[in-house]
Design a protein around this ligand. Structure first.
Ligand code: TXA
Ligand code: MG
Length: 321
């Protein structure tokens, strides 16, 4: 193992030190309720460029800026529609990213040259402690993509971050261990730059929830999606992901617990609910690779709610790497 010091005892002191590490321009991988993020000072071009290097991600892909508090969005955007404020009030801290017109603080190295910026207040004690400590020493926000190599499965544990990135991290970088992420799929991304909100990436905050709070109808427009998570090949393990077919002996298998495991098949997860499915899915896909399986068969959960996000990620994963 090379870089990335593991911090498993996330005390207040440790979080204050982690904030200093960010301020010094190094990287801090941290837990959120959705997935783990790879964080850097969002105002430091050099620090942010290291995120791209460590992830192996093309540089024109915008990053989400993570904030300690909803009030902080005023630093990053000076054009915030009322419905975005309503969404922030209802769902932050939480698994939702708002895309807003950027202020001059949001430089091209954050926005990928677009005139918008993605903002999120995560709902995780360690993430919030880190963000608050960083704010205390003058930090404006923490840019953080999911802490995986580009195109790969997002990590939902510190161990997965370490396996994925430690060979690319430096000795001054940190990996904060906050246990397994409770939601398990990335935040809902909502474009708030038009008259009505538009979902760019489904997540735990669903269309119904957004409609209920904003009293607006949502618009979808796939052609405008500039989200890297919306690229065809994404969220993929090395194993081939096949959806809704009968697993054969030797295959990995992920399905709700009510589906039985055929003889000779490696059961990778048996979640009881859709929420549990979301929480276990990425760890299960990773375990297919650890077990060197060639194929993993997934029985997709049906219906609405979080299962829309689950099917979105599975369909991308099934398109391969
Ligand atoms: O749950 C999450 O959102 C996690 C945790 C760590 O917060 N983060 C995450 O980041 O999933 P990332 O970079 O892996 O995915 C964020 C997506 C990217 O595909 C990016 O293209 C999109 O958000 N994005 C960021 N800023 C954007 C903008 N201004 N306009 C459109 N899409 C944007
Ligand atoms: Mg990602």
């Amino acid at each position: 193992m090379s870089g990335g010091q593991f911090v498993s005892n996330c005390t207040a002191d440790a979080m204050a030190r982690a904030a200093e590490v960010l301020a010094a321009g190094a990287l801090v991988a941290f837990p959120t309720e959705t997935v783990y993020g790879l964080g850097a000072d969002a105002t430091n071009a050099d620090a942010v460029s290291r995120i791209y290097a460590v992830k192996g991600r093309p540089a024109d892909h915008p990053l989400i800026v993570h904030l300690a508090d909803m009030q902080d969005i005023a630093d990053w955007s000076d054009d915030i529609p009322d419905y975005a404020i309503a969404l922030a009030r209802s769902f932050w801290p939480g698994p939702m990213t708002l895309i807003l017109k950027r202020s001059s603080l949001a430089k091209d190295f954050i926005t990928g040259g677009q005139d918008t910026v993605g903002l999120r207040v995560p709902n995780h004690v360690i993430a919030l402690a880190l963000l608050n400590e960083f704010k205390k020493i003058g930090g404006k926000g923490v840019a953080a993509p999911s802490a995986n190599r580009f195109g790969h499965v997002s990590p939902t544990t510190a161990d997965a971050v370490s396996k994925e990135l430690s060979e690319y991290l430096s000795s001054g970088d940190l990996i904060l261990d906050g246990g397994a992420s409770l939601v398990g799929v990335e935040s809902t991304i909502i474009d708030c730059t038009t008259e009505s909100p538009k979902i760019l990436r489904p997540g735990a905050i669903t269309e119904e929830m957004i409609k209920e709070v904003t009293k607006l109808n949502l618009s979808y427009d796939a052609t405008e999606i500039r989200v890297s998570g919306a690229l065809e090949n994404h969220y993929s393990p090395l194993a081939q992901v096949l959806l809704d077919i009968e697993p054969q002996p030797g295959d990995g298998f992920i399905a709700l617990s009510r589906y039985e495991t055929p003889e000779g098949v490696h059961r990778l997860a048996s979640p009881k609910t859709d929420e549990e499915f979301a929480r276990q899915m990425y760890t299960a896909l990773r375990s297919a690779d650890t077990q060197k399986l060639i194929r993993v068969i997934v029985k997709q959960p049906e219906g609405t709610g979080i299962s829309i996000a689950i099917r979105d990620r599975l369909q991308r994963a099934s398109r391969g790497r």
